[in-house]
Design a protein around this ligand. Structure first.
Ligand code: FPP
Length: 235
């Protein structure tokens, strides 16, 4: 391999519904299998030394889904952390979350907060779940707070670094964005943070996105020439 692995990866975990439909299963089974896959990919990312793995678990637009599906998605953090929190801790994986997940049912919120609390001293990969997250809303909220702080004199100068500090993510720049399931769009995910990210759109559905698929993406990333608006790197 030619270059270092990306420090910060974001994944749009798409295709759970189609995965289930292709197997004659209800969509919820696709989401369940998708959440099982979070464990596999997070463990591998941690093993590889990836610092931040940000996963799109529920967007601000997902409220438009049928009640039954939303209710199922609200249950998944409980199932997932109930089964795997000890393992995540053992693996030194830190859980965090972005998005206004406090608008989820109280029991889901407390499960997510508990996972964050229980893993707060872990120093391995930061497994960041985007829950009730939308990129435009994140930027709007950041700009609003920054403007308020500017009026109060807490902020002296408005610039890109300053706005960036008001975003929900610890990570300000994503290196690699992966979307599964063949769709080629960004769907309001981390709009600010992906400004210079390499994009990869893979055909397999999220439940089928294996460790091998991750490795293929990382290898392809290492052969991309990241120029950040500058000139070609001839090294
Ligand atoms: C998109 O696939 C996927 C989602 C909207 C949900 C993603 C959520 C998970 C993988 C589980 C989250 C679990 C935890 C523990 C936070 P889709 O349903 O839009 O797929 P389709 O395009 O094939 O219908």
């Amino acid at each position: 391999m030619k270059r270092e692995i990306p420090a910060n990866i974001a994944i749009i975990m798409d295709g759970n519904g189609r995965w289930a439909k292709a197997k004659g299963l209800p969509r919820t089974k696709g989401h369940l299998q998708g959440s099982e896959n979070i464990r596999i990919i997070a463990k591998e990312a941690n093993k590889l030394g990836i610092k931040n793995l940000i996963l799109y678990a529920f967007s601000t637009e997902n409220w438009a889904r049928p009640e039954e599906e939303k209710n199922y998605l609200f249950q998944l953090p409980k199932l997932f952390f109930g089964k795997y929190i000890d393992e995540l801790k053992r693996e030194n994986i830190r859980v965090s979350a972005i998005g206004e997940y406090e608008k989820f049912p109280a029991s889901t919120v407390s499960v997510i907060n508990k996972a964050i609390e229980e893993t707060k001293n872990c120093t391995g990969c930061n497994l960041c779940l985007a829950v009730n997250y939308g990129g435009r809303r994140e930027i709007m909220l950041a700009a609003k707070q920054m403007a308020e702080d500017y009026k109060k004199g807490i902020v002296e100068e408005i610039n890109e670094d300053c706005l960036s500090d008001y975003l929900m993510t610890e990570v300000k720049d994503v290196d690699l964005l992966i979307r599964t399931s063949g769709e080629v769009r960004v769907s309001n995910f981390l709009l600010w943070q992906i400004a210079y990210a390499e994009m990869m759109f893979v055909d397999c559905a999220w439940p089928d996105f294996s460790v091998e698929e991750l490795h293929k993406c990382l290898e392809a990333y290492q052969y991309r020439d990241r120029r950040f608006g500058g000139l070609k790197n001839e090294n």
